[in-house]
Design a protein around this ligand. Structure first.
Ligand code: FHN
Length: 447
């Protein structure tokens, strides 16, 4: 009760200033430092875990965390699911060490997905893991404690869209009809509820990396009052980074821009219609099969090579790679996913220098590969698709002083021509995943 009153007070004070606050948002010094940290980190683990994992996709391919909506399960029936959710094999130390072995620097986990179920101890709601499941423990708290121990930052994914709360009204494009909710509700009460849960997440778990919003796309006409929510977050934790998966150009108050299952600027999924790439730190998220939540049927795993190449291309755009796993209802990460993560970690052990701490390279990623650039100016050319032994790429902005293979340090044969930079990479020097060249050129220092 005390906490709810505190939240109401805080929201009151935030909303009275918010009209002026977020549109002219000036990130704090801490926030700016965290943005740098975020860009240096380059690789994170996305975790979609909720009571939907019990149904494991229901034997369908497709996004398992949407099963409530896909199968039109009324709230009254879906509410039985938490009583089957008992992840006795959940070991946060194991999760975090898998992420670390994969070379990941942060974890972003679902605190609440669209089904409205809180995976943390929420005082404002009874619909949470502590009160509704036989497990009865706050898994986010357990994970955060372990992240702190092992030096990994934790972000919370929080769905603005809610298929469970009655005050999420008017309804958006999803969660209509079948849920059994009354045809009325108070939108402002819903926002208060959401902001109170956010306050809980920002006050009960120590310092967090940030909030990863999702779901605004459910209804564009709604008055989301982002200024109030963003001001609340930045007041509670000025260093926390806000991003929102609304698939549009970032709004004032957001600290990073994200792209779903597409590289920045690409639009194979149909989400990224504006094509806007902002100057904010960037992040691309990706699934290992076709689902975010645990899907027992979907064995269509992306090969390690493809995932690494996507990560490298993302880095070439200056974007982080947030790779998803959907843990099983017993609390274990699928063994297939663990194998993939470990394999990526082994690659990063050898080649991480060309990814971590870099910024987008001087050449835009293309069919042939990508470039990344270290702060001391070193350019890494990542050749990931080469037919034959010769490759013409656009010229670098400055004259090359030296070009060597990252592996072994042998000189690379190259020619700077009027048409671009011509590289000769003999077959025996070519790597299956990524042939990396280390280039030094004059005046390329980023600092
Ligand atoms: O609907 C969600 C989906 O379940 C998942 O959480 C992804 C992750 O980027 N985002 C939404 C779709 O845009």
């Amino acid at each position: 009760m005390k906490r709810i009153l505190f939240t109401a007070f805080l929201l009151g004070s935030v909303s009275s200033m918010s009209v002026f606050a977020q549109p002219d948002y000036q990130p704090s010094g801490e926030n700016l430092r965290n943005r740098e940290w975020f860009q240096d980190a380059r690789f994170g683990l996305f975790i979609h875990w909720g009571v939907y994992s019990v149904l494991a996709g229901g034997g369908d391919l497709g996004i398992a965390e949407w099963i409530m909506n896909q199968k039109q399960i009324p709230i009254g029936q879906y509410e039985k699911l938490p009583s089957f959710f008992n992840p006795v094999a959940f070991d946060p130390a194991e999760w975090v060490s898998i992420a670390k072995k994969a070379g990941m620097k942060y974890i972003t986990i679902t605190s609440k997905h669209h089904d409205g179920f809180a995976m943390f101890d929420s005082e404002i709601s009874e619909y949470d893991i502590v009160e509704c499941t036989p497990y009865g423990k706050d898994v986010l708290k357990m994970l955060k404690d372990e992240c702190d121990k092992q030096g990994i930052k934790l972000f919370f994914y929080h769905s603005q869209l809610d298929w469970h709360h009655p005050d999420y009204y008017p309804r958006g494009n999803t969660g209509r009809g079948y849920t059994g909710r009354p045809d009325h509700g108070n939108w402002d009460d819903y926002l208060d509820y959401m902001n109170t849960q956010l306050t809980e997440l920002l006050t009960n778990y120590g310092e967090i990396g940030g909030i990863w919003f999702d779901g605004m796309w459910d209804q564009w006409d709604a008055d989301w009052k982002l200024d109030e929510t963003y001001a609340l977050i930045h007041t509670l934790q000025p260093g926390a980074l806000i991003g929102s998966n609304h698939h549009k150009a970032p709004f004032p108050g957001e600290d990073f821009q994200m792209f779903e299952r597409d590289l920045p600027g690409e639009n194979t999924m149909g989400f990224n219609q504006t094509g806007t790439i902002s100057e904010l730190p960037l992040e691309m998220c990706e699934t290992m099969n076709g689902s975010w939540g645990f899907n027992i049927k979907d064995q269509n795993y992306k090969p390690v090579k493809r995932l690494i190449q996507t990560m490298v291309k993302a880095a070439g755009y200056g974007a982080n790679f947030l790779l998803n796993t959907g843990p099983m209802p017993n609390g274990k990460i699928q063994p297939e996913n663990v194998d993939t993560l470990i394999a990526i970690g082994q690659w990063l052990d050898a080649y991480g220098e060309t990814i971590y701490g870099t910024r987008r390279g001087p050449l835009k990623p293309d069919e042939w590969g990508a470039t990344t650039q270290a702060k001391d100016g070193t350019v890494y050319i990542h050749v990931m698709n080469l037919q034959g032994e010769n490759l013409l790429v656009p010229s670098l902005p400055e004259k090359i002083q030296s070009a060597v293979y990252f592996d072994g340090g042998d000189d690379v044969t190259y020619k700077e021509t009027d048409y671009g930079l011509l590289l000769h990479i003999p077959k025996e020097k070519q790597h299956r995943i990524d042939t990396i060249l280390r280039i030094k050129a004059l005046n390329m220092n980023l600092d």
